[in-house]
Design a protein around this ligand. Sequence first.
Ligand SMILES: Nc1ncnc2c1ncn2[C@@H]1O[C@H](COP(=O)(O)OP(=O)(O)O)[C@@H](O)[C@H]1O
Ligand SMILES: [Mg+2]
Length: 295
Amino acid sequence: MAENHSEELKSQQHSSHRYSSHRCLAFINQKGGVGKTTLAINCAAGYVQMGYRVLLVDLDPQAHLTTSLIDSSSVDSSQAASLERISEFTIEAALRREKSIEECIFEVPEEGFSLVPSDINLSAAENDLYQELGRELLLKDALAKLPKDRFDLIILDCPPSLGLLSLNALVAADDVIVPVQAEYLALQGMVHLREVVSLVQQRLHPQLSCRVVVPTMVDLRTRLSREVIDSLREIYSDEVTNTVIHSRVKVAEAPSFGMSIFNYDRKGPAAQEIANLCQEIVEKLGIEAPALELG
Ligand SMILES: Nc1ncnc2c1ncn2[C@@H]1O[C@H](COP(=O)(O)OP(=O)(O)O)[C@@H](O)[C@H]1O
Ligand SMILES: [Mg+2]
């Protein structure tokens, strides 16, 4: 009886499976310290709250995303017997095709999302992989091997450069999300980033969409923050999200506890802000409702 019921539920879930494939979002800005990694973790957690199945991929050899999720031992202990295993099953191994990307997926049960970790060896891999034919397609090819219905959203946390790893992210992504710190020299580099995106669109990936700019670390009490947001809206008009991410102590603290803002301060204003942003991005990009949402 129980079995029948669960079969029925499974088939109901299956029939409401509207996803043919995952949607891949690249969080990219070649400037360091603009809030990419923090935003990637928090948005991943925000999308989990909305019912999406999310995979986070750390593409930065500095591995801040991996460190801030794994140092707290928040990775499922049954899967990751030790941190050693994580150092073997990384995005580097997947890009080198020594491991399948599926083998490199770790669950982060506290957050409800999955993670492909990174470490410093990715830096050497980036150099080695320059020699490969089709070197910009390595990540796309690796992700293409994932079962199409395993994740609804894949979030790529890019390194602070526009080298081969970022190019791989742009080729693998459906959409580009550009976090911009509301600070002095914020717009520096944006022209170059847009040129690279446009070259990728022309030569490698015509469907790549780049229409979301997110102001981060905003302090509206300062004139500078307000001016940067005004300039962003002037140049990028409705690409700039209405929801801006404010600078908040709790957001900066959360990673040191290995937590997203939803775990660290669920009811606080920062979590609400991320929830609003996640919703706004879904609407802006026309991302379908979570695949397994019933009713
Ligand atoms: N909304 C925020 N409020 C306060 N501090 C933030 C916020 N977003 C990021 N930070 C802090 O700024 C620093 C850089 O953020 P990070 O996400 O690592 O940037 P990136 O990935 O672009 O290098 C980190 O110390 C992080 O804790
Ligand atoms: Mg980062």
